[in-house]
Design a protein around this ligand. Sequence first.
Ligand code: 1BO
Length: 272
Amino acid sequence: MQFVEANGARIPAIGLGTWELRGRSCARLVEQALRLGYRHIDTAQVYENEREVGEGLRASGVRRDDVFVTTKIWTTHFAPNDLERSTKESLAKLRLSEVDLLLLHWPNPQVPLAETLGALARVKQLGMSRHIGVSNFTVALIEEAIAVCPEPLACDQVEYHPYLDQTKVLEACARHGMAVVAYSPIARGRIKNDQTLAQIGQAHGKSAAQVCLRWLVQQNVPAIPRTSKIERLSENIDIFDFALSEQEMGQISQMGGAKVRLTDFGFAPKWD
Ligand code: 1BO
C-alpha cells in the first residue's frame, strides 16, 4: 500500500468508500476489505452506517492503529456545540475513541465558516480526530478555510475521475500541503466500459477501472472506490504493480473536458 502525506496525515492511497452501503452487507464488506489489505475506510454521518463500519473493523481482526478511518460531519451539525456533540455520537457509533480524519461534508453558508472550523479544530485538540479537513469545497472556500482555521487541514474530498477536470482544486490543495481525496473515482461504474482506458489497460494486463485508479494514485490522490461486490474489492486494490507512462497519464487527463459531475445537489457550492 502506498500513502499520501498531507499536512501531517499519512493517508493510504486506496480506501473503501461506503456511501450507500448499509447494514450487514456494509459490515461484511468492511471486514473483507480489511482482510484483503485495505487500510483506509471512509464513512459519514449521513451514510447511516458508522455502526456497521465499526463492526466490520472489529470483525476483521486488523489492529485499530493500522486502519485510517474517516468520517464526515453533516451540514446540520455545523454550529459549534452541535459539531462537538455529533462527533461524540459518531465515535460512539463507530465504537472508537478517535477517528483519523474528520471532515465537514459539504459547505454550509448558513453557519459562519470560522465558527465551524473553530469547532472542528477544537474536536481535534480534544483528541477526537487525529486530522481534520473538508469535502466538496471549491477553491474560494479552501482559501477562506485556510485563512480562518486554527489547525492545518489535511484534505478536500471531492468527486474526481477522468471525466471531471479538477485541476483548480488540485492546485489550491497543493499550495496548502493538502491532499485531494477522490470520491466516485470510477465515475459510479461508468469507467468500466471506457474504450480508451480499456485499451491502456490491455497493455498492462489491467482493467479500465484499475487504470483509472492508478491514474489518480500516480497524481498523489488517494481514491475511495465504493463497491457492493466482494470480488471487486481485490480488483480495486491491485494497482500497485504497474505504472502509467507520462503519455498515458496525459491522455487520460485530457478526458476531463467531458465535465461529468455525478454528485450535485441544490445546496452544492458554485463549482470551479
Ligand atoms: C451526500 C453524500 C455525498 C458523498 O459523500
